[in-house]
Design a protein around this ligand. Structure first.
Ligand SMILES: C[S@@+](CC[C@H](N)C(=O)[O-])C[C@H]1O[C@@H](n2cnc3c(N)ncnc32)[C@H](O)[C@@H]1O
Length: 366
């Protein structure tokens, strides 16, 4: 197996290919990407045998922006006989992996694949049984073992491979399934909820998304993001000239400031979260978040960067570099991750966590 499949949002294959090629090269793994527009995936083929496996281990999945999933695979299996699709799939995995903890039979996230997905659901049951019989898959699901992926790109035509559970997306097809809460004021509430699932480990939610925390929401109206914070019993300063949903104001947990988000200063010094969904130039938003972090005005931030029409990967990389450099220059120890979420369209979502500032007393300086 010397290929990596990366799932992505259809229409973003070129960005995904540019990213995997660049980041693999930074790990001294060289190869080329096969891209088909609007297919929802990219195949990265390594020049050297065995390097794809090394990449699967060493390239942190969390460092990828346009990838929804990252899998090691071999040649495409074509024309699987309808009377026995299982034998060639088991054959592909035999010797490559044993004792996997989970099986996912998946498709690209395209309209054309919707029909195929019905087949995948049915096919999972007999395939699971066959893989267990050969001990390729363990008898019970084990979250810390590798995951087997069978990725159908057309009827009778699939890639077969695996991902490591400590370096993959835990979600089927790389997409967290979220239900729109009927009392939320806007659909964009799902973006922030997805960001929490992607960026904050589940066992840290109580500590980092806990009740009683203070948050600032810049560009808050009508309140889809504020809704997520209020639902977790936080107190929210919502900044926007627009109108906030009555239902949120009635909770008593929200203070609405009709102000410019770029000039707003937090009214207290224990704000934990900054979230920002203002539609603005990405460089301006990145600079704003850098300023908040450097001034020690918040601990963690989640915000959107709108993508340009062209050179989308380059633009987003530049903005992230700007943010990283500013934090470094100001001795702010932090972690930055960005991802094009399922609920993002022409944008990516960025998460910044500040651990500590090397400059003592910085918060008192403002
Ligand atoms: C995409 S909407 C936010 C949706 C919101 N996150 C939600 O879930 O309901 C963008 C908002 O940013 C606000 N906005 C744009 N520029 C702003 C600025 N400079 N200061 C404050 N709000 C701003 C707009 O008024 C608009 O309500």
């Amino acid at each position: 197996m010397n290929k990596i499949i990366v799932y992505c949002r259809p229409g973003f294959e070129k960005e995904c290919a540019a990213e995997i090629t660049e980041k693999a090269a930074a790990h001294n793994v060289f190869g080329f990407s096969r891209v088909k527009d609007n297919s929802g995936y990219v195949i990265f083929e390594c020049y050297q045998h065995n390097e794809a496996e090394q990449l699967l281990r060493d390239l942190p999945f969390s460092s990828l922006i346009f990838a929804r999933q990252m899998i090691l695979t071999g040649e495409l299996l074509r024309d699987l006989p309808s009377e026995d699709r299982i034998t060639p799939i088991v054959g592909m995995l035999t010797g490559a992996i044993e004792g996997a903890g989970d099986l996912r039979v998946e498709v690209p996230d395209t309209n054309e694949s919707k029909e195929l997905m019905k087949f995948c659901r049915k096919f999972t049951v007999p395939l699971r049984g066959a893989l267990r019989k050969q001990k390729i898959l363990l008898g019970q699901e084990k979250p810390f073992r590798p995951v087997i992926h069978v990725f159908f790109i057309a009827p009778g035509c699939c890639y077969v491979g695996y991902s490591y559970s400590n370096n993959n997306s835990p979600f089927y097809m790389g997409i967290p399934r979220l239900k729109f809460p009927s009392d939320a004021p806007s659909r964009s509430t799902l973006k922030l909820e997805e960001a929490f699932h992607v960026f904050i480990p589940a066992d840290e939610w109580d500590e980092r998304l806990g009740s009683g925390m203070y948050a600032v929401d810049l560009g808050a109206c009508p309140g889809g993001w504020t809704y997520q914070l209020v639902k977790r019993s936080m107190m929210v300063h919502a900044v926007d000239n627009g109108t906030m949903a009555e239902s949120l104001m009635a909770t008593g947990q929200v203070i609405h400031h009709r102000a410019d988000g770029f000039r707003f200063e937090p009214p207290r010094n224990n704000v934990y979260w900054l979230v920002c969904d203002m539609v603005e130039k990405p460089a301006r938003v990145a600079q704003l978040v850098a300023d908040w972090m450097v001034k020690g005005w918040c601990r963690e931030a989640i915000f959107n960067l709108k993508l340009p029409m062209k050179k989308r990967y380059e633009e987003v990389s530049q903005n992230l570099t700007l943010l990283r450099e500013q934090l470094k220059e100001n001795h702010v120890h932090s972690e930055i991750h960005a991802r094009q979420l399922y609920h993002d369209r022409e944008e990516v979502t960025v998460h910044v966590r500040r651990f500590w500032s090397a400059v003592p007393g910085r918060r008192d300086e403002r």
